[in-house]
Design a protein around this ligand. Structure first.
Ligand SMILES: Nc1ncnc2c1ncn2[C@@H]1O[C@H](COP(=O)(O)OP(=O)(O)OP(=O)(O)O)[C@@H](O)[C@H]1O
Ligand SMILES: CC(=O)C(=O)O
Ligand SMILES: [K+]
Ligand SMILES: [Mg+2]
Length: 561
């Protein structure tokens, strides 16, 4: 940078020599500074703490996920992974050391699926993640995924799976059995109206066609079926039924999105302080609004993010409103592929990713990304191509399901997501010719719109100047999120005052969330951040940083002295 950019901001005496500030574009846009922070950020600065030999996790109130920190140092700013990774925790990965291995491998969010396991099991997992964060310096967020009330089979009691052979006769029933007395080839279905909704001649698809039956007779609560496409029946597998090649949406379409069991699970999630609740089989925006008010009632000030899972045919009719009111979206391709023709799933994925980007909501691409790695140590070429596609579409996050929950190679699967992300992101940076003007304005007030424009300009500037990082000081995470939406080439260091916002930001593309108490005085915030980051060797002299904040509507470009 040329010396002609030298700025005239006076620095605190302590730091004036240490940090000669260079180029500043401040304030390009003069607007009344929004209300100063009223929250007293006077939390006692925690002393330096060492968790494990040589692992410094917290220095003078600055906290960052230690794996992200290591990745930054190892790969350099630019080549740090931007795409986030969600891992489903299951029987294969529920012990402390197994969760730790995933965190070390780069898991940003741990997902627990309330379809499976007991609340005690989930409680243990959630607490282990928290313990890991506290003791070992990770910032892994927790996502609880609801069961939803779509139709599914029971948990097959104590068997892991059962095979249905071609031509075999099976009974699907709404009767409940005491374990030892369940007749052979009988499956209990969770939905009471099932036997009334189906008709003789309907096709019954298990998990979107992994096994198919045809209904041959109905006897009271029992639906007698013949297997037409044999395969393995897995516990709690989803059931859909089809008539004249269309999905049957009868009274089953009226089932509530959030069942009474889900409400209990949600209470449990709130109590355990999960960071996200993913709502299965969302049909409309209403249910998300209801859940949000419920959470505010139950836990005022809660930061829980609501993720709408796009996995039903009904959600597609109300896509934009659903995304608009949610805090994020998941393209849940597993169940989605059971409700719409498979060839439409990639189109929906593309549409949802685009829409989320426009509406400034994070989006997760889920299910079967590396399905073959449940059994094999390497993925198929097609799976790598699928992951590449999702990364190339700049989804915020990728999700592992069975691969991490019950597969044989969870850490290897995670490593594949990591390396494919890095490779494709590099490729995108080299070829990208985008402009932020392609993005819609999402702000509802003029003041917010100015912030939004500042974020757009910041990202453009960071790319043009080949900045090493963007720093954003954010109380709510909103400014950080607006920057992430632009998908700039450099990482975005987001400094947030609370651990919960820090964890929520962990789902967003390119954001490196730090927990840091900061004040209204940007000068001192910067000086402090620089010295803290320098002390940890996370930035070095000569790095070009573009700085924005919620506190002050300005952009500064600063070369680290
Ligand atoms: N807590 C758990 N206990 C036992 N098995 C689990 C658990 N979590 C996941 N699994 C197993 O891993 C598989 C994949 O997990 P995942 O949560 O992605 O299930 P899914 O059925 O695809 O998702 P969803 O039910 O949300 O559509 C499950 O089908 C189940 O066999
Ligand atoms: C993740 C999920 O719920 C699905 O793919 O169906
Ligand atoms: K679920
Ligand atoms: Mg699903």
């Amino acid at each position: 940078m040329s010396g002609s950019f030298r700025c005239s901001i006076s620095l605190s005496p302590l730091h004036s020599n240490e940090f000669p500030r260079i180029p500043v574009t401040k304030p390009r846009i003069h607007v009344p500074v929004p209300k100063p922070m009223t929250v007293a950020l006077s939390k006692v600065v925690s002393p330096l703490r060492v968790a494990a030999p040589g692992v410094m996790i917290e220095a003078a109130g600055l906290e960052v996920d230690r794996v992200t920190e290591a990745e930054l140092k190892e790969n350099g700013f630019r080549s740090t992974r931007k795409t986030k990774i969600v891992c489903t925790i299951g029987p294969r990965t529920c012990e402390f050391e197994e969760i730790e291995a995933l965190a070390v491998g780069g898991m940003n969010v741990a997902r627990v699926n309330m379809c499976h396991g007991t609340r005690e099991w989930h409680r243990d997992v959630i607490r282990r993640v928290r313990q890991l964060n506290e003791e070992k310096g990770f910032a892994v967020a927790v996502m609880m995924d609801t069961e939803g009330s779509e139709i599914h089979m029971d948990d097959l009691n104590d068997v892991e799976s059962t095979k249905a052979e071609d031509g075999q006769i099976w009974t699907f029933t709404v009767r409940a059995f005491d374990q030892p007395h369940r007749p052979e080839r009988t499956i209990t279905v969770n939905y009471d109206g099932f036997a009334e909704d189906v008709k003789v001649g309907d096709e019954l698809l298990v998990d979107g066609g992994m096994v198919t039956f045809v209904v041959i007779e109905k006897i009271g609560p029992d639906v007698i079926c013949r297997c037409t496409d044999p395969g393995l029946l897995l516990p709690r597998a989803n059931l859909t039924f089809w008539r004249n090649e269309s999905l049957v949406r009868e009274r089953n379409a009226m089932l509530p999105t959030i069942s009474s069991k889900d409400w209990l699970d949600i209470d449990f999630g709130i109590e355990e302080g999960v960071d996200f609740i993913a709502v299965s089989f969302v049909k409309s925006a209403e249910v998300i609004k209801t859940l949000k008010s419920y959470i505010i009632d139950r836990s005022p000030g809660s930061q829980i993010g609501i993720i709408a899972k796009i996995e039903s045919i009904d959600s597609l009719k109300n896509l934009e409103e659903i995304i608009q009111v949610s805090d994020g979206t998941m393209v849940a391709r597993g169940d989605l592929g059971a409700q719409i023709p498979l060839e439409q799933v990639p189109l929906v994925q593309h549409e949802v990713i685009q829409l989320c980007r426009q509406l400034n909501k994070p989006v997760i691409v889920a299910s079967q990304l590396l399905e073959s790695m449940i059994e094999y140590p390497i993925p198929t070429r097609a799976e790598v191509a699928d992951v590449s596609e999702a990364v190339g579409q700049e989804a915020d996050a990728l999700m592992l399901s069975s691969e991490s929950a019950m597969g044989q190679y969870p850490e290897k699967a995670l490593a594949v997501l990591r390396s494919v992300s890095l490779r494709i992101e590099k490729c995108r940076r080299e070829e990208k010719h985008w402009d932020v003007t392609d993005l819609r304005i999402v702000s509802s007030s003029k003041l917010d719109e100015i912030s939004e424009e500042i974020c757009n300009t910041t990202s453009r500037m960071a790319n043009k100047l080949k900045a090493d990082a963007i720093f954003v000081y954010t109380k709510t995470g909103q400014t950080a999120s607006l920057l992430s939406r632009n998908r700039p080439d450099c990482p975005i260091f987001a400094f947030a005052p609370s651990t919960s916002i820090q964890r929520c930001l962990n789902l967003k593309w390119g954001l490196i969330p730090f927990r840091l108490d900061f004040s209204d005085d940007m000068e001192s915030n910067l000086n402090r951040t620089f010295s803290l980051l320098k002390a940890r060797a996370m930035i070095k002299s000569g790095d070009l940083i573009i700085v924005v904040s919620d506190v002050m509507q300005s952009i500064q470009a600063i070369k680290v002295p």
